[in-house]
Write a protein that binds this ligand. Structure first.
Ligand SMILES: Cc1ncc(C[n+]2csc(CCOP(=O)(O)OP(=O)(O)O)c2C)c(N)n1
Ligand code: SF4
Length: 279
């Protein structure tokens, strides 16, 4: 008897790259599930998809999916993804990145891709720390939090990745959490459909490093925290200022139309073609 293939298995490199490296309780697997369900719902073929990453626990994701994949250099996923999109504009190109990969070493690439409005979807798995290298602080580590490089509490103010992307010109900006997995799937799907630069921040848990250093409890305690603090954007905007302090808006924060970069590039090339009869 033929065993029906689970749709999630269609997109994974089963028998080749598993078991995965992620710790029990890590949110990365939830985000992977949300991405491939979104791809499946959109009816994309595996070969229509390219997933690109830098280096980090989250950035290991392309290893596990049976798309066109590139696992590149720390912070440099967006330039590689830009290259793919420029050469193959019809391909659906997504970048999976960590908060360190995207907003520290890769921060410059993020803002310029957003500024150009190139049709990439960037999924930032924000676990507030450098997980892979043992817990150094990142630009999203909360002020006062403990990391291996901020043993007495982080002094730095925090980057809001969504505001950063919006300020740089991103035309689709959203935030969700690993707790809200169904919402994450729907938002990622909409981001893939958006024509232009889209970014989805998925607030995530690293229970083994960030969670332990900051006494956050079990992985399920960290999920409950996302449930409590991630507030739908319309409800968040109505909260009194003092109640906003320990909460964050989730949902689609920006969704506007602007000319897309590869389209403009193709039009420019077209406009430079010699007219019939020109020397
Ligand atoms: C040029 C360079 N600098 C530093 C590193 C070391 N390094 C690898 S992953 C990483 C941080 C990963 O953190 P993040 O992007 O937040 O992902 P996470 O592991 O938390 O998912 C660092 C500093 C590297 N591989 N290359
Ligand atoms: S170290 Fe943290 S981010 Fe990395 S796999 Fe483990 S739980 Fe996930």
């Amino acid at each position: 008897m033929k065993i029906p293939q689970k749709r999630i298995h269609k997109f994974l490199r089963h028998g080749k790259k598993f078991p995965h490296v992620w710790c029990p309780g890590c949110s990365n697997g939830i985000v992977l599930g949300a991405i491939i369900r979104a791809v499946d719902e959109l009816g994309y073929e595996k070969d229509d998809m390219a997933m690109v990453s830098g280096i980090g626990c989250s950035s290991r994701m392309p290893v596990y999916v049976d798309f066109n994949t590139l696992h590149t250099l720390h912070g440099r996923a967006i330039p590689f993804a830009t290259g793919i999109k420029m050469v193959k504009p019809r391909m659906n190109v997504c970048v999976v990145t960590g908060d360190g990969d995207s907003s520290a070493i890769g921060g410059n690439h993020l803002i310029h891709a957003a500024r150009r409005n190139i049709d990439l979807t960037v999924i930032v798995i924000n676990n507030n720390i450098y997980g892979m290298t043992g817990g150094q602080y990142s630009p999203t580590t909360p002020t006062g939090a403990i990391a291996t490089t901020t043993r007495y509490g982080n002094l730095d103010p925090v980057f809001d990745i969504c505001k950063l992307a919006e300020g740089a010109g991103a035309t689709f900006v959203a935030r969700t959490t690993a707790y809200h997995a169904v919402e994450a799937q729907s938002i990622i799907k909409q981001a893939f459909e958006h024509k232009g630069f889209s970014i989805v921040e998925v607030v995530s848990a690293c229970p083994v490093i960030y969670g332990r250093l900051n006494k956050q409890g079990s992985p399920s305690d960290m999920m409950r925290d996302m449930k409590k603090r991630g507030i739908p954007v319309a409800a968040y905007n109505k909260l009194p200022e003092e109640e906003k302090a320990d909460k964050y808006p989730r949902g689609i924060l920006v969704n506007i139309k602007k000319p897309e970069y590869t389209q403009r590039y193709a039009e420019l090339i077209q406009s430079l073609q010699p007219e019939k009869g020109d020397e």
